[in-house]
Design a protein around this ligand. Structure first.
Ligand SMILES: C[S@@+](CC[C@H](N)C(=O)[O-])C[C@H]1O[C@@H](n2cnc3c(N)ncnc32)[C@H](O)[C@@H]1O
Length: 465
């Protein structure tokens, strides 16, 4: 992208960030799915070009105008420009076979019935003329009649078609209605809401309209920039499944609180409500730490990268209150009598890594090792630990918490590395019912609660401390 238009760096980084993420969203979209993006006038025109590039211009469906919160200009300050009153929704699909529900909206007042011209549909048709009351009528040039001769006569007999004596044109009767058909002007509903205190909170009415138009009950809706969680909340109310993600902690907290309130509301009104789970991937913090910017790109040199990785290991050892050890390939530190191995930063701890740690420990007569990682491959529990145990090595997996990026928490020793929890379960399927039997589980043990069972009073469920 061009620096003359976008300035030195910031704008391109933002557009690049969007571009990369929208590409992934497109990959996740179902064949008949619809992609919706809300954007304001600062970015809209550039983003439209990106979207055309990603989805193909032929898959552009609509540009919808929605309400923006208007600034209240001071009376005595003369405005040099018009106040911006709208933002945009861009709608794209993957193909022309996309799901779309023709949506109507409730009018403020019942609309009266009225007569309108029947001969002004755009384009020529053959034969152009229609006959009524023994006379022949031709549509204006470039137009055609909306009804076939047969339908026109049928409606005439029902009293729903007439000849306007003043204009000498055929008209049909439009029935009174309490709803109107939706077009791309959605300024009849609010664009923003202020219920959660989250800046840029979308209004539920807006999301209701989008979700009703582009999905049906049971469908999965994803919002990867979810903010205050309006999409997830509306999905719950409209019986859609959802996945919401956001880079910000405040967003996750706001969304969680809001969804709990929504569950309570649904329960109170005797509607179905479902459980949800909050997962912290921590990817962004890790990526942000390793790279200079949003991008996992080539701007930092290999040696920069190496220095960062070394610092990262130092940070984790500090947070884990372990000291650094040298001379090993997979072992990085030691805490009391336990050696510490830090798994790869950008990948899951793999079986291969664990096997390398085991072999290095056995070679060096190490009997206790903790492997720290952000994520773990599925097949590491419990057999590989038992195998290690049979060879005289106690092996534990410990989760690196995302708090390690919180400098204060590290300094205060508040960062807790939980032992990686695991559950085993067995499904029992009978007719349409599924029962899940919990067959085994490992709970979170850490250095602080390791002796928790000794502190429990016999017969009590509470910790004595
Ligand atoms: C305009 S707000 C969304 C508001 C939301 N629709 C609502 O109803 O509250 C945009 C959100 O995108 C999040 N965000 C920004 N960059 C992101 C990224 N790279 N990945 C995920 N979320 C990001 C911000 O934290 C912010 O919450």
């Amino acid at each position: 992208m061009h620096t003359e238009i976008f300035g030195e760096n910031k704008e391109i980084v933002f557009l690049q960030m969007l571009y990369e993420r929208i590409l992934i969203m497109k990959d996740l979209l179902k064949d008949d799915g619809v992609f919706v993006l809300r954007i304001d006038h600062h970015w809209g025109h550039y983003v439209k070009i990106i979207l055309d590039d990603i989805f193909g211009k032929e898959n552009f469906r609509n540009e919808i105008f929605i309400n923006r919160t208007k600034k209240n200009p001071q009376k005595n300050v003369k405005q040099r420009m018009l106040t911006t009153s709208i933002e945009t929704l861009f709608i794209y699909s993957l193909t022309d076979q996309f799901y779309y529900e023709d949506t109507s909206f409730k009018l403020k007042e019942m609309r009266e019935g009225y007569w309108r011209a029947a001969d002004d549909s755009a384009g020529d048709r053959y034969p152009p003329e229609r006959k009524l009351e023994g006379k022949t009528f031709f549509p204006p040039k470039g137009n055609h009649f909306q009804f076939s001769q047969e339908n026109l006569e049928k409606k005439y007999n029902e009293g729903k078609v007439r000849i306007n004596q003043k204009t000498n044109r055929i008209q049909y009767y439009v029935e009174p209605s309490s709803t109107g058909l939706l077009d791309t002007n959605w300024t009849d509903i609010p664009g923003y809401a202020f219920s959660t205190g989250y800046p840029t909170e979308n209004h539920e009415k807006l999301l209701e309209r989008v979700i009703n138009a582009c999905s049906k009950e049971g469908d999965l809706v994803c919002d990867f920039f979810s903010g205050s969680g309006t999409t997830a909340t509306v999905c719950e109310k409209l019986n859609r499944k959802w996945i919401a993600s956001d880079i910000g902690k405040f967003s996750v907290h706001t969304t969680r609180k809001r969804l709990i309130e929504t569950q309570r509301f649904l329960k109170k009104t005797k509607k179905n409500w479902r459980a949800f789970e909050v997962l912290n991937i921590g990817k962004y913090q890790i990526e942000h730490y390793i790279n200079d910017s949003y991008r996992g790109d080539d701007r930092s040199s290999n040696s920069d990268q190496k220095i960062k990785e070394i610092k990262f290991v130092g940070l984790i050892l500090e947070a884990f209150e372990a000291s650094k050890v040298d001379g090993f390939r997979t072992i990085h530190g030691k805490k009391n009598d336990t050696f510490v191995s830090i798994g790869p930063i950008n990948q899951q701890v793999s079986r291969l890594h664990v096997e390398e740690v085991i072999s290095e420990c056995l070679k060096n007569k190490i009997t206790n090792v903790d492997i720290l990682g952000f994520e773990y491959e599925m097949n590491l529990f419990p057999t590989i630990q038992e195998e290690a145990k049979s060879k005289g090595l106690r092996l534990r997996y410990k989760q690196i918490p995302i708090d390690i990026f919180n400098y204060k928490a590290v300094k205060n020793g508040d960062v807790i590395f939980h032992e990686v929890a695991a559950i085993e379960f067995k499904p029992h399927i009978k007719n349409k019912f599924v029962q899940i039997q919990l067959t085994d589980f490992a709970v979170f043990y850490n250095e602080d609660n390791y002796k928790i069972d000794e502190n429990l009073r016999n017969g009590s469920k509470k910790n004595n401390n």
